[in-house]
Design a binder for this molecule. Structure first.
Ligand code: MRU
Length: 341
């Protein structure tokens, strides 16, 4: 397989490694990953995370195993096990379906390798297209609020929603970002802040419950977020807390955009209610952990509700920014998303 290098995953000279996103920003640790159990653990623990990146990392591992001579039956098992690591982001299923198809070719090793390479390279191009389309929606001097992490760390390219912000900053040089810290796992505070700093884009970190007062004060011009799965009717799943922002944006009349590649679109799922939402470990809400250690602030056995994602209904979305174009409410109602697949 050719060398493939992104911000948080690299296949280089026959070795696959991933950047530990749980330890960022204070420690930059790369893990080598050459077996299924290790990749499953990396994904489940969110060391490897972000909808496109999960699928791409899993695909690179399967391609590595194929090149190592792992037999067809074992490759199939690896694909099935990797696919089951996280249920909500459909990009993983998209990648695993492509690999399963490659496995039916007579030269399945070549098929798997070229498929993994294609998925990776395609993702870079998809990010570029989304970012260019999305940047058209941003005005000079905009204050843009975003949630979770949707940047280069989460993709092979420059990201989805954060890619739009990156392109807008390149264009105007004066955007400012409100970064939701994104409890419970702090992808905003840990990762988006890290990426914006690296890109030298001005930002201000806020706790998730501060967004309403900022909007009321007229300090938010646009909201851009990513997605883990977009249903046929335009409802979408994204990091828990996205729905809160959409409701607030609607109330305050602030444009709310979702940015995602075609690989996030699942037209087999009719609406948001049909999307499976991953439920995670209660410990993530009882306290916090990371490179700084561990803190537990709730009673040890506190009852916890911890969905990783929530559903934003289509009626709250101003525009769907895909690599194929920007879609509005009437296009979505017209079934334009379904026509894309
Ligand atoms: O649980 P995570 O960190 O994998 O969740 C990530 C998100 O919700 C992102 O917003 C989404 O994957 C889009 S990223 C390009």
């Amino acid at each position: 397989m050719q060398n493939l290098i992104a911000s948080s995953v690299k296949y280089e000279n026959g070795s696959l490694s991933v950047l530990d996103q749980y330890l960022l920003p204070h420690q930059q640790v790369w893990h080598q990953c050459h077996d299924v159990e290790t990749m499953k653990e990396l994904i489940i623990s969110l060391k490897v995370r972000g909808a496109p990146l999960i699928g791409l990392s899993a695909s690179l591992l399967v391609a590595y195993l194929a090149e190592q001579g792992v037999v067809k039956g074992e490759l199939e098992k690896a694909i099935n096990e990797l696919e089951a690591t996280r249920p909500t982001a459909v990009n993983l299923m998209h990648c695993m379906a492509a690999l399963r198809k490659a496995l039916t070719q007579s030269d399945y090793v070549a098929g798997i390798v070229t498929t993994a390479e294609r998925l990776f390279i395609e993702d870079i191009a998809l990010c570029e297209r989304m970012a260019s389309r999305g940047a058209e929606l941003i005005n000079s001097g905009d204050n843009i609020l975003t949630h979770c992490n949707t940047g280069a760390l989460a993709t092979a390219g420059i990201g989805t929603a954060l890619g739009v912000i990156y392109k807008a900053q390149q264009k105007y040089g004066n955007v400012h970002v409100w970064v939701d810290e994104t409890r419970p796992l702090l992808q905003g505070g840990r990762l988006t802040a890290f990426e914006l700093e690296r890109w030298k884009i001005p930002y201000t970190l806020i706790c998730d419950n501060m967004a309403a007062s900022l909007m009321a004060a007229g300090k938010v011009d646009k909201i851009v977020v990513g997605a883990d799965r977009i249903a046929a009717n335009g409802d979408f799943a994204n990091k828990v807390g996205t729905y809160n922002l959409a409701v607030l944006a609607y109330f305050h009349n602030i444009p709310f955009y979702v940015v995602a590649p075609i690989t996030t679109l699942d037209t087999n799922t009719a609406c948001g209610n049909d999307i499976e939402i991953e439920q995670r470990n209660p410990q993530e809400v009882r306290g916090v952990s990371g490179s700084f250690g561990e803190a537990l602030w709730a009673p040890t056995n506190a009852n916890v509700y911890n969905p990783a994602f929530d559903i934003t209904p289509a009626k709250l979305v101003t525009g769907w920014v895909l690599d194929t174009g920007v879609y509005n409410q009437s296009q979505i109602e017209n079934g334009d998303l379904v026509k894309l697949k």
